[in-house]
Design a protein around this ligand. Sequence first.
Ligand code: COA
Length: 169
Amino acid sequence: MKVSLREWALSDAPALAKLINNKKVQDNLRDGLPFPYGEADAKVFISEMLASDPDQNIAFAIEAEGELIGSISASRCGNIHYRTAELGYYLGEPYWGKGYATEAVCQLCDYVFQRTDILRIFAEPFAYNKASCRVLEKSGFQLEGVLRSNAVKNGRILDMKLYSRIREN
Ligand SMILES: CC(C)(COP(=O)(O)OP(=O)(O)OC[C@H]1O[C@@H](n2cnc3c(N)ncnc32)[C@H](O)[C@@H]1OP(=O)(O)O)[C@@H](O)C(=O)NCCC(=O)NCCS
């Protein structure tokens, strides 16, 4: 296994800041992250992850090659959706194209379905984000539809795709 998921540590802040202080990464995520993104921002994020309820926010650092390479989480939704969770992930650019994200998504899904009562994990990549759509397809997610004109990012109106993976047993 090339990839491992582990708890965040405050000492990850410098490496995390390097991974995410990159427009090419941030352009594929929702808005709200600072840019430039520095170590202080990373410390805030990591502190939030460490303080969050692990049954509500299942968040891990992704490690490979002996280094921090990215971030992954499944966030439980509320109200009648309380047994669904939204998946999010990113890797630093030097680590793209090596199969790491697919391994991380598969490991997170196994963890969520084994350790929580969540029934459904979903993700909403931008439709143009072929690499992310492929990661989901390789990780056993099904395409449920295209969410037309569902976001405005960097001034562009974008479609998103809705993928989900359902608990099997
Ligand atoms: C999306 C992201 C997580 C992919 O990580 P990764 O480790 O490179 O993904 P993997 O190597 O596991 O798989 C990528 C797949 O997409 C394919 N792919 C990559 N770019 C592609 C493109 N432009 N068109 C079609 N397929 C593409 C790869 O060939 C591979 O599929 P294959 O194994 O069938 O050949 C990474 O690029 C990233 O962090 N991007 C920025 C943030 C982001 O987009 N996060 C997801 C938000 S929904």
